[in-house]
Ligand binder design. Structure first.
Ligand code: SF4
Length: 417
């Protein structure tokens, strides 16, 4: 039991993946996570995790659990592998290998941002790292989002407050515009505000694109405020459009993500513009990256034919809802699952391996608790802008690692990594 301080720890509490956290460990508990916001502090907690191993509700050895998990999954006709939150890319990669071996469907938390991912595939992406936005952006447009709730340090670390190469005075060097889309409001302290009804959002983005491209549009008067904003954006030196790609209370128009992409692309004619899409935590961007480099597709991949095929309209929730799945392997924190996936999993036999697996509401037949990536385990995780970051564990002695557990299951099933 050694008290210690671990610097440069990466937080996975949201997609900002802040890597400037200093964790103070006292008596093998996290006593403090310096620099972390409230969301991050809650994500770290005191570092304690349950260490149960269960088969059919009864305590079992790891050997028994892995044997039963391999038997259950190998015997399934239509298995599903789901990559949930709080595991490293290395562990996600083991999950892909298992899906390949089982000829299973595989999906992940990355699917929560499916609209943005699909829009980028159709249209490309005018993006930038958060570092470039910090260095360059002098006009930041928050499109229907105030990052303070779900991405608390986005503004202090990246887009608003820190000084950059072209924004030497930080906040004073930048102009912030909040676009309130229906009930989804931008930051309260913005320098300017524009409001648009949710029903008009996609048309409004189209009008802005037309204005940027110098095309006349018939209905311009109706969209005067956003058209004026578009003209102002063309006059900026470097624009960042910040939008949330995770679902809110009100589902967004599916065309919205594409309209944002094309507006950002159009702005790269008269000026520079990056679209910064906000994504949640738990290394969901890593799942997107791992699936892409292992299979060629970012989400909703199906190995049923013996090779990866892409079924973006038939992700985990749809497969479970349609009764197509007869067994599932969940890798990661079950509490991070989207509600439709968790509900669907309660209707099939399943295996859960990850942090707090034993607390899964869908009652897996096999549950193996592990540590949390970034707290008990190292490896790699991706920030919301697809920048990979190392994970520095501050605890871990005596806590079962997700990577070695999933790898042991994969080896038991004869799958190659
Ligand atoms: S902003 Fe996100 S990544 Fe950063 S400390 Fe808060 S929860 Fe963690």
């Amino acid at each position: 039991m050694t008290d210690r301080t671990v610097a440069n720890v990466t937080c996975l509490g949201c997609g900002c993946a802040c890597d400037d956290i200093t964790v103070v460990v006292t008596r093998d508990r996290i006593a403090e996570a310096r620099n972390a916001c409230a969301l991050g502090t809650a994500w770290f907690g005191d570092g304690t995790v349950p260490a149960e191993t269960r088969v059919n509700g009864r305590t079992a050895s790891l050997e028994q659990a892995l044997t039963e998990a391999a038997r259950l999954l190998s015997g399934a006709k239509r298995p599903l592998v789901y990559l949930a939150g709080d595991v490293s890319c290395e562990t996600q990669r083991e999950g892909v290998a298992i899906a390949d071996r089982l000829h299973a469907a595989i999906d992940s938390l990355a699917a929560t941002a499916a609209a943005a991912v699909l829009a980028a595939q159709r249209r490309g992406r005018a993006g930038a790292t958060l570092g470039e936005i910090r260095q360059q952006a002098d006009l930041v447009v928050f499109w229907g989002v105030d990052p303070s709730a779900r991405y608390p340090r986005y503004t202090s670390r990246y887009a608003v407050e820190p000084p950059g190469v072209a924004t030497a005075q930080g906040r004073k060097s930048r102009t912030l515009i909040a676009v309130d889309v229906g009930e989804s409001r931008g930051p309260a302290d913005a320098d300017g505000r524009v409001a648009i009804a949710s029903a008009d959002e996609v048309d409004g983005l189209g009008m802005m694109r037309a204005a940027v491209q110098g095309r006349a549009a018939e209905d311009e008067e109706r969209f005067r405020s956003v058209v004026e904003l578009a003209r102002r954006m063309t006059g900026a030196r470097y624009v960042a459009i910040v939008a949330d790609s995770e679902p809110g209370l009100i589902p967004a128009d599916p065309a919205r993500a594409e309209a944002l992409v094309t507006l950002a692309q159009a702005l790269n004619g008269p000026t520079r513009c990056a679209l910064s899409t906000l994504r949640g935590g738990g290394n969901r961007s890593g799942a997107d990256a791992v699936l892409t480099w292992q299979t060629g597709f970012p989400l909703a991949v199906d190995f049923a034919r013996g090779y990866p095929s892409y079924r973006p309209q038939a992700g985990a929730a749809a497969l479970l809802d349609g009764g197509e799945v007869d067994a599932a392997l969940v890798i990661g924190t079950p509490a991070s699952l989207p509600e439709p996936v968790a509900t669907g999993l309660s209707r099939v036999r399943s295996v859960a391996i990850g942090p707090r697996a034993s607390a899964a509401t869908f009652q897996p037949a096999v549950a193996v608790d592990t540590g949390k990536a970034g707290i008990h385990e190292g490896g790699t995780a991706f920030r919301m802008d697809d920048v990979p970051l190392p994970l520095r564990p501050s605890l871990g002695d005596g806590v079962r690692a997700a990577l070695v557990t999933v790898r042991a299951l994969r080896e038991r099933m004869g799958a190659r990594a």
